[in-house]
Design a binder for this molecule. Structure first.
Ligand SMILES: Cc1ncc(COP(=O)(O)O)c(C=O)c1O
Length: 409
């Protein structure tokens, strides 16, 4: 998963270009930047790679989600369907837009189940944010069709899935807008960074303006001459972060090739055990292979096996069901609405005596039954042949031991 593992001369060279001019700002300073436009270069290359028309680089994946929501006109009172298995940033962005995250069940893709979306559809639903978790795809054609049939906006959270595709088309390019993260642990990293992509020129213009205090960027070298068609925010990226990203983006295919090779080795080792069922991938060829996710027969086995694998040397082993950050079950701060300042959602129930949206009563039995059986192993780029062999041996030991204990042999 982490691009930081392949970090070296290319990154240093791009950063030095910026440091030599001292221009750390992505806009203006035309006469002194010696032709260095790292954020723009990154955006152009991301468009070339994904085949999309427009990309806007910003300060984080969370910023990308906020920019996408604002650009699509989603705000106070709108309901946005999201999955319960994601990083907290997805629902935070919806709440901070003044909108209401509505959780819908996942399926064995570990992403939103398109067949269940109708269960949470209301006359307030405006958008769906499927999250392509752990490097691979949701059933995106079915989700897109649901959006089309019900007149909903589709924003893809592809923060964990840069370079993954479905039927040869990159994730992030199916929706009205797609979002990526380039934080410290993502497929490629800028240190901190994110991007929104879209084929719509009007959505792109909104994104470009919203992310920079509403600047229309039509004033030429003089930023003061820009007009402000909308009220915006500051989600800008610095040229230093963008420079790292330009170098990292040039390594994307190499990163994915290594991940796919390494994942295949561990997958073959696990496939021998009858207890193991793998995550369903709607298009296995498009998996960016950042994680190997599998299901065990029940929660108690998964809860036992995950730490045991870690103890035996399979590092980066995740049991999401007990994890504070990636699954609804442990989001106590959301269930009790612990916020720094009142959000529009907290005002919605005012006067009625009870909150309009009470996450403490949300029940997701299907997602629970999937997540309690799920274990994921993070795939690293830096593994040597020896590292892989050791992990395969550890898998054999842990499952062998488990079988012995349960069969008494
Ligand atoms: C699914 C998902 N969405 C959004 C984000 C937010 O990205 P960032 O950390 O760049 O704000 C993350 C980061 O972990 C993520 O995994």
């Amino acid at each position: 998963m982490p691009g930081f593992e392949l970090f070296g001369d290319r990154e240093r060279k791009e950063v030095m270009d910026v440091l030599e001019t001292g221009v750390l700002f992505r806009y203006g300073f035309d006469n002194v930047r010696k032709g260095n436009w790292k954020a723009e270069t990154f955006e152009r290359r991301l468009c070339e790679i994904t085949g999309i028309k427009h990309a806007h680089l910003c300060s984080s994946g969370t910023a990308a989600l906020s920019i996408a929501l604002a650009s699509c006109g989603i705000g106070a009172g709108d309901e946005v369907i999201v999955p319960p298995f994601t990083f907290v940033a997805t629902f935070e962005a919806v709440l901070n837009a003044g909108a209401v995250p509505v959780f819908s069940e996942i399926d064995e893709t570990l992403c939103l189940d398109p067949g269940r979306l109708k269960d949470v559809l209301t006359d307030k639903t405006r958008a769906i944010i499927p999250v392509h978790m752990c490097g691979a795809m949701a059933d995106i054609p079915a989700i897109k069709k649901f959006c089309r049939d019900h007149g909903l906006i589709l924003i893809e959270d592809a923060c964990q899935s840069l370079g993954a595709s479905f039927n040869g088309r990159y994730l992030g390019t199916f929706g009205d807008m797609g979002c990526f993260s380039f934080d410290a642990v993502k497929t490629i990293t800028c240190g901190e960074g994110g991007a929104v992509i879209t084929d719509s020129t009007s959505l792109y213009n909104r994104a470009d303006q919203y992310a920079d205090h509403g600047h229309d960027h039509l004033g030429g070298a003089d930023r003061g001459a820009d007009d402000h068609p909308i009220i915006g925010a500051n989600y800008r990226i610095s040229e230093l972060n963008a420079a790292v990203g330009v170098a990292q983006l040039s390594r994307l295919q190499e990163i994915i090739d290594i991940q796919r090779r390494n994942k295949e080795r561990l997958k073959s080792a696990l496939a021998q055990f009858k207890e193991v069922d793998f995550r369903r991938l709607p298009d296995p060829r498009g998996d960016s292979a950042t994680f190997l996710s599998f299901f065990l027969p029940d929660g108690s086995m998964a809860r036992h096996i995950a730490p045991e694998l870690a103890k035996q040397g399979v590092d980066g082993c995740f049991y999401w069901y007990d994890n504070n950050w990636h699954y609804f079950r442990k989001w106590h701060h959301l269930k009790t609405m612990k916020t720094a300042a009142a959000l529009p959602i907290q005002k919605m129930g005012e006067g009625s005596g009870s909150p309009a949206y009470d996450y403490s009563t949300v029940s997701l039995p299907i997602s629970d039954s999937i997540m309690e059986r799920t274990v994921s192993i993070q795939i690293k780029l830096s593994w040597t042949e020896d590292d892989i062999k050791k992990r395969v041996e550890a898998i054999n030991r842990v499952f062998g031991l488990f079988n012995k204990q349960t069969t008494g042999r």
